[in-house]
Design a protein around this ligand. Structure first.
Ligand code: SF4
Length: 303
């Protein structure tokens, strides 16, 4: 089965097994090349079209530096609907830094706009309805990223946002899936954890936590009891802000990108200022020191 994941501008095609994925690459396509490629794919099997807007409003997409606009989604969906596609999946994250309920409503509005676009297209598949699926993951702040400083949303906040999303969807053509926030919480704890968590892992293992990556084996209560019995507050690790000058358990690790760059990008994100991709301009993150020179030859036309 073929599935097409698209984020439309300057994305190169990458074929993995049976899925066709459009992912950001350093060798992007021009708009014309992109449209030609899209039309070629649209002539193939039409099982579904997947976008990852990640956030429901352009403001929040700018915060996370996600270069997808509604115009691009509209352009691609129009080509796909003309070619007979009837199913669209939209991937989002919930709990992103600076997110408000307006951004949550934007997720439902984006899905509704795709539904409306389908029915306003006179060339859509005859006699067939559209199915739009919203899939929402919980955002987990990770070390070595500009969002390492931000606290993760609490389970209560995420549940309130999930409820608001469900209430904001008014069409039966739209289905909503979201991830369980408890697994994301544990992921957030260990993502920004330190050596004090090692005994927790060993003890949880002794108590039967072996395959907790599998939903049916996930023993959240056992994990929470283990934290409590060892006197560790898991929320300390992922649900408090980290000061910009705080020494973290990963501060000593040098993978090229400088702390100053992370702080700069964090401040730009809060101001919803985007950063261009590396093939257009170097943003001086520091990683090129690992190469011993510039990452790209900007005298070439790389876009
Ligand atoms: S050094 Fe410049 S081009 Fe290289 S990864 Fe960092 S920002 Fe991108």
């Amino acid at each position: 089965m073929y599935e097409t994941i698209l984020s439309p501008v300057n994305y190169g095609g990458l074929q993995l097994k049976n899925r066709i994925i459009f992912a950001p690459t350093t060798f992007g396509l021009s708009d014309e090349e992109y449209l030609a490629e899209m039309e070629r794919l649209a002539k193939g099997r039409k099982s579904g079209l997947t976008f990852a807007p990640e956030a429901g409003t352009q403001r929040l997409r700018d915060v996370i530096n996600k270069n997808v606009t509604w115009d691009e989604i509209e352009k691609t969906c129009t080509i796909a609907f003309n070619a007979g596609y009837t199913s669209v999946k939209l991937y989002f994250m919930m709990g992103l830094p600076t997110e408000t309920m307006e951004d949550i409503e934007g997720i439902a509005e984006t899905a509704q706009k795709v539904v409306d676009l389908y029915y306003s297209n006179p060339r859509h598949a005859k006699g067939r309805g559209v199915q739009v699926t919203i899939s929402c993951a919980c955002f987990v702040p990770k070390p070595h990223t500009p969002f390492q400083f931000v606290p993760m949303d609490t389970a209560e906040t995420l549940q309130a946002k999930q409820k608001h999303l469900l209430e904001s969807v008014h069409s039966r053509k739209i289905k909503v899936n979201y991830h369980d926030s408890t697994t994301s919480f544990l992921e957030g704890v260990f993502a920004k954890g330190d050596r004090r968590l090692a005994p927790v892992i060993v003890e949880a293992y002794k108590r039967g936590c072996y395959f907790d990556g599998w939903e049916e084996c996930f023993k959240y209560d056992t994990w929470m009891q283990t934290f409590a019995d060892l006197g560790i507050d898991p929320a300390f690790y992922c649900q408090r802000p980290i000061a910009l000058d705080e020494v973290t358990p990963w501060s000593h690790m040098d993978y090229g990108i400088t702390h100053e760059y992370l702080v700069r990008e964090y401040n730009k994100a809060l101001a919803a200022q985007t950063t261009p991709p590396c093939n257009r301009a170097c943003n001086a993150c520091g990683a090129n020191h690992l190469l011993g020179g510039p990452c790209f030859d900007y005298s070439q036309n790389l876009v």
